[in-house]
Structure formats: structure tokens, C-alpha cells
Design a protein around this ligand. Structure first.
Ligand code: KIV
Ligand code: ZN
Length: 512
């Protein structure tokens, strides 16, 4: 057996359901392009009925992606399915993913439906989706706690109705690896028409077993895994894409299927993009994408690796996209060198104006910082993209005084809806003073939930990448900014978050 394992990425949908991880349309498109470069087969771009913003984001991803299939989520309701189909119209290849809960507790308490009604609604939903596309996926939500006889009944009915992928979610992360693998085995054995569909799994990580459960399912015949970059997702998250992919790639002797169609060298770039967009830092000891994942600290390990890498390493760092901080460009590099290095990193500009803007920022950065690494270029482009988003607030000028024994003070000047305004404030530190001055101008009424700074590269001249999370009336948004001056990076991140907060947004949750 040497089947291809289909990688279905749901970072933009389930990942975004993580509290505080909401993404703008532009961020979703940027990430979708990264996922396309990585070579994922299916990108679940969102839940179009949830809000006009979700609809537009799915539409934008559908229009931007040409290699991967773009998928939209829909409850087993005509209005959801039609809305998903509408959002996906521009896609070269699209899929509708419809679902209804099948566990006794969900059917009784949430849906208030009898099992027979659930089977009927599931089949009807798949037929409805088939009127829009041949590529229909069905999920019996909370399958991990559903009765197997009932699951067999539902699955047979949806395959007969035209579902070509049947996804088995462990919605609440309750399953154990041996049991979940056996469930997949039993379903494939017992459902009479199971050969007409690809069996997929979607595991949550509440007990830290999402990857183990997914891989156990693959060993038992599942040929699609739903996963997210960095394991982002509802509550404790979903199965981490990078762990699934590298597990299958590293142990072909165990799985009987391949992921050779993926360009794994794009993994670290995607991971960085997700953490900079959401502000969810990757823990240093996280498998594959953590900063320490390939670092050997103990003398015995270092000695072994120097003699022969395989003594302690089962994968090569460069195979997942870790490049040893390489100086790529400097002060004297020209526009062509800049553009071609970015192309090598998979970053393209849609207009000359965008390229010129990024190049001007590159020259500014090269004046402040001798050596420019790939990580700097990526942050710089993120910064250009952030600036390109709808901005009602823009930083014009800032001056911060910080002196031993004195209270730090900041003076800030902003464009607010086209009018230049100034304020000054004192604070507990220079960043606090700058934020207070910004708030004095904007009067947003938001509360700061998170402030984090990360050095993009090593060295004291490194750019600081700042993430800010703010809340107002239950709505949470993140902002990012990068600069060699940490106070300016912080001000940019705060202003980015406030710009997002000023944009309207209302959305429903798929599991409600
Ligand atoms: O966790 C879940 O059950 C889901 C479904 C919508 C597939 O996300
Ligand atoms: Zn889920």
C-alpha cells in the first residue's frame, strides 16, 4: 500500500475558533497562500454563514488559490450550504463540508432531534450540497462519543446521498489512540458502501492526544487528516499539521501512505506566519517548529551529532525550513536582489507600488541593521501588508523619554480619520507611556489582554516583533508590529489592533 495521505488544513476555520485568534480577510489570504506553497490538498477557509466577514474571507481565499481545493463549512441546513456554495464560486477547485451532531448527548440536548431525523437531515444536506459540487464532505460531529451502530447508519446514508469524504471528528478530544483507530477500522469494515468515500479524521487535543489519535486512524485506513499549523484550534487545539506530516514522512514503514506531495521546507514559514498573525507564540520545545526542536544542549548529544547527525536526529532541520540565520541581503543590495530573494521565500507582490513600499522599508531597515536575514524580510513584508489594511489610525511620530529615576514619558502624533492629533502621557515604562498617549488620542475604551515581544533574529540589533491583544465588549483582536526599536514596534502593534477593533465584525460559531 502506498496511498497518498490527503492533508486538509483547517487553520483558517477551526484554528480561528481559538479565542483571540481571529484573522482578517487579508491575513487569511496571506496564510492560505503559505499553505498552498506548502502543498496542502484542502484549505478549509471558513464558515461562510457565520458573518459577512467570514463570507468575504472565504470568497477572497477561493479567488486567490489555484493549487489547493478550497473548502467552506456549513451546518446541515440549506441556507448554510447555499451560502458556502456562493462564497466558493470563484474557486478553481472547491468542496462543501457539511456536518450534524450524532452523539446521544448532542442530539438530545443541543439539537433536540430524534436519531431518525438526524439521519434524514444529514442525507438531505449532502444531496443539497451535491447540487452545487461533486466534492462534498460530511462530518458526524462528536463521532468520538457516538454509538457505532448509529454512526454506520448515518455514514451509509450520506455516502448513498453523494458524500465523497466522510470525516470522523473527535470533537471533544475524548478518544484514546487504540480505540479511535479501531473505530475507523470498524467503520470502514461495516459500512457497506465505505469504498465509495475517503475516510478522514479530525481530532481535538483536550487530552493531548490529537496527533496520536489521528495517526492511529491513519494506521487503520483513514486517508485524510484534518489538522492545523501549530495545532491551533478550539480549546486545546487540533492535531498539529507539522507533526502529522513529519510523522508520516519519517516513518514510512509504519503508515503505508505518503505525504511526498508536500514541500515540508515551508513548514517553519507557515508556523511563523500563524504565530505572528494570531499572537500565539510557539513554545520552544514544541515538536518540529519550536525554537529548540533541533537544538542539542547536552555535551554528549552535541558530540554525537557532530560525529554523525543520525545519532540523535531523526529529521533534518532544513527539511522543515529551519535555515541557520543566514545573512541574505545588506545595505547595498538592489531592488532585483530584494525581489528575487522574496520570490525564493514564496512572497510575491501584486503591484509595483507594493514592491516599492517594501523596498523602501528594506532600505530603512538596512540602515539600522547590518545583516538582513530571511526572518527580517518576512517580518518586513508582514509589516507592509499590515499597513495596507484599512487604516483609520496611522502613526506619524513618536518620542519617548526614559531616564533612570524619572517617570517615562511619551509624545505621540497620529492620523485619526485623516486628522493629525497629538498627545503625551506618562507611564510605568516607555511602552506603557506610548500606549497611554495613543489611547488618549483614539479613546478606544479597549482593555489590553496581552503584550508580547519576540526577537526575530539573534543579536541586540534584532527587530522586535510585538503582539498585542485587546478586548472590548467581549470582542478580542490581535495586532502585530515589527521594528528594531521596540517602542515603535509596540506602538505599531497597538495601532494595528485598534484599527481592527474599529472595523465592524459579528459572527456565529459553527458548534452552536
Ligand atoms: O470538531 C468538530 O467536530 C468540528 C466539525 C465541524 C468537523 O470542527
Ligand atoms: Zn473541530
Amino acid at each position: 500500500m502506498n496511498d497518498k495521505l490527503i492533508i486538509f488544513d483547517t487553520t483558517l476555520r477551526d484554528g480561528e475558533q481559538s479565542p483571540g485568534a481571529s484573522m482578517t480577510k487579508d491575513e487569511k489570504v496571506r496564510l492560505a497562500k503559505g499553505l498552498e506553497r506548502l502543498g496542502v490538498d484542502v484549505i478549509e477557509a471558513g464558515f461562510p454563514i457565520a458573518s459577512p466577514g467570514d463570507f468575504e474571507a472565504v470568497q477572497a481565499v477561493a479567488n486567490a488559490i489555484t493549487e489547493s481545493t478550497v473548502c467552506g463549512l456549513a451546518r446541515a441546513l440549506d441556507k448554510d450550504i447555499d451560502r458556502a456554495a456562493e462564497a466558493l464560486k470563484g474557486a478553481r477547485s472547491s468542496r462543501i463540508h457539511t456536518f450534524i451532531a450524532t452523539s446521544p448527548i448532542h442530539m438530545k440536548m443541543k439539537l433536540r432531534m430524534e436519531p431518525d431525523q438526524v439521519v434524514e437531515q444529514a442525507a438531505r444536506a449532502v444531496q443539497r450540497a451535491r447540487q452545487h459540487t461533486d466534492n462534498v464532505e460530511f462530518s458526524p460531529e462528536d463521532a468520538g462519543r457516538s454509538e457505532i451502530d448509529f454512526l454506520c447508519r448515518v455514514i451509509e446514508a450520506v455516502i448513498a446521498a453523494g458524500a465523497r469524504t466522510v470525516n470522523i471528528p473527535d470533537t471533544v478530544g475524548y478518544a484514546m489512540p487504540h480505540q479511535f483507530g479501531e473505530l475507523i477500522h470498524q467503520l470502514i469494515e461495516r459500512v457497506p458502501n465505505s469504498d465509495q468515500a475517503v475516510f478522514s479524521v479530525h481530532c481535538h487535543n483536550d487530552l493531548g492526544l490529537a496527533v496520536a489519535n489521528s495517526l492511529s486512524a491513519v494506521m487503520n485506513g483513514a486517508r485524510q487528516v484534518e489538522c492545523t499549523i501549530n495545532g491551533l484550534g478550539e480549546r486545546a487545539g487540533n492535531a498539529a499539521l507539522e507533526e502529522i506530516v513529519m510523522g508520516v514522512r519519517t516513518r514510512p514503514d509504519v503508515f503505508g501512505c505518503t505525504v511526498d506531495h508536500l514541500d515540508t521546507t515551508q513548514i517553519v514559514t507557515c508556523s511563523r506566519l500563524v504565530s505572528s498573525i494570531t499572537g500565539f507564540a510557539v513554545q520552544p520545545n514544541k515538536a518540529i517548529v519550536g525554537a529548540n526542536a533541533f537544538a542539542h544542549e547536552s555535551g554528549i548529544h552535541q558530540d554525537g551529532v557532530l560525529k554523525s547527525r543520525e545519532t540523535y536526529e531523526i529529521m533534518r532541520a532544513q527539511d522543515v525550513g529551519w535555515s541557520a540565520n543566514r545573512m541574505v541581503l545588506g545595505k547595498h543590495s538592489g531592488r532585483n536582489a530584494f525581489r528575487s530573494r522574496l520570490q525564493e521565500l514564496g512572497i510575491e507582490f501584486t503591484s509595483d507600488e507594493e514592491l516599492n513600499d517594501a523596498f523602501a522599508r528594506f532600505k530603512d531597515l538596512a540602515d539600522k541593521k547590518h545583516e538582513i536575514y530571511d526572518e527580517d524580510l518576512q517580518a518586513l513584508v508582514t509589516d507592509v501588508n499590515l499597513a495596507a489594511e484599512n487604516e483609520r489610525i496611522k502613526l506619524v511620530y513618536s518620542k519617548v523619554c526614559s531616564e533612570t529615576g524619572e517617570t517615562p514619558q511619551a509624545q505621540v502624533s497620529l492620523w485619526l480619520d485623516g486628522v493629525e492629533k497629538q498627545a503625551s502621557a506618562r507611564g510605568d515604562g516607555p511602552v506603557d507611556a506610548a500606549f497611554k498617549a495613543i489611547e488618549a488620542i483614539v479613546e478606544s475604551g479597549t482593555h489590553l489582554l496581552l503584550y508580547s515581544v519576540n526577537a526575530i533574529t539573534s543579536g541586540t540589533d534584532s527587530q522586535g516583533e510585538v503582539t498585542v491583544r485587546v478586548e472590548k465588549g467581549g470582542r478580542i483582536v490581535n495586532g502585530q508590529g515589527a521594528d528594531t526599536d521596540i517602542v515603535i514596534a509596540s506602538a505599531k502593534a497597538y495601532i494595528h489592533a485598534l484599527n481592527k477593533m474599529l472595523a465592524p465584525a459579528q459572527r456565529a460559531h459553527p458548534q452552536l
